[in-house]
Ligand binder design. Sequence first.
Ligand SMILES: Cc1ncc(COP(=O)(O)O)c(C=O)c1O
Length: 451
Amino acid sequence: MSKGEELLTRYEKEVEAIWRDMTPKSRALGERAEEFTPGGALRSHSTGTYLAYCDRVDGSHMYDVDGNRYIDLIVGMTSIIGHNHPKVAAAVQKQVPKGLVTFMPDEGWDVLAEMMCSRVPSVEKVWPAFGGSQAFMWAILAARAHTGRQKILKIWGGYHGTYDDAFAMPPKASPGLPENTLDNILMTNWNDPEGTEKIIRENKDDLAAVITEGVQTGGTIPPSDGYLTFLREQTEKYGIVLIFDEIVNFWLDHGGTGALYDVKPDLCVYGKGIGGGLPMGLVGGHNDIMKLFSQKEAFRIAAIAAHQGDPVTVAASTACLDIMTADAIARINSNGELLADGIRGVLRDVGITGQVIGYGNHQSVHLTTADEVTNPVAYLMNANKPGLREAMALFRRSLINKGVITLEALMALRVSTPLTESEIETTLAAMRESFMEIHPILKEVAPDLVA
Ligand SMILES: Cc1ncc(COP(=O)(O)O)c(C=O)c1O
């Protein structure tokens, strides 16, 4: 066993011992879940060798069933208004006595629809779904119906939910997906205009849509100068539908990332935090495509579902949009930069090379060089190097042991509206300790990253 492996093994034991001590009830619940649920506990982001079970969430905190309190930098992927916002709770409580699902048009949807259309410069009409994946399924359906073409161009490192074509990535369809799904999927690299231009040009007659995010969520890598404008110009030139995935990054700007980077996509897809904590999805865009959703059109897509636009979710979503004013977004963006600067300072102090990148309230920490971090493929190869990957996973588990919960892998950090400056300080103090703990390990497994 190398010295690095030895240190990793010892540190793993220490982190695990603390975790087991903190969370006996979660452990028991996890064991029980094995009996009835495939794979046991739900959720794919680990919190340790087994998952913490949540008792309740509130504001910027998560409380587990063992009585531990965590600063929550995931916020329900990503309820950026924090948990249980009183205005959302009040809107839901007002609607509940009036009914949960009516299968009628409900009063209230008009307010939400108008808010979205006046908020997002490229959106003229919106249509409700009940989650990001379903909204994506319909956006892709609309793009294909509009263009009469089949192929979709996606960007490596992006994730757009679990609908077949949104999920499928070459070289192999994932289990259960027909192999021929891949016939319609093309991939390109983020921030690579030359490579992307070539693929678009060569497939211009077959491409229905190009799907992108404004800031790539996998690693929170911002677009290089002009990349999104370039995508807009190319898609416009060949009549391809440009779809922006705003599911995670809508909250970076009052009008979403399209407004932030001054690009008008044809369609935008919303989900997650847009529901204020309830499962909402939306497709929005130009009327010439959105009319395909109209029940009055003979040529229309099948974008209907029993629960879409239910009045409780619509009420929660409307309250959420009300809360997320331009000022509220400016404040969390500035807090996000405060956190990012703080982490850069911690890394400098402890002598570890790392990059903190992202935009405003959405940041990630990458233990890598500045060059590599702008290239998701190179970055992922580095981050997955044996030793470094394990050290980062243990870093994150050690943070959780100290009461700070983040997403794994790329350590996406979301700064929500209730997160205070003092909680940012607490987070930085925990990070300092955990980075110091992994420093001797990094010296062995990634010596180029430590001073
Ligand atoms: C960027 C992005 N797009 C789409 C989705 C899919 O949304 P949902 O999980 O609501 O289906 C996700 C979910 O993780 C996401 O992060």
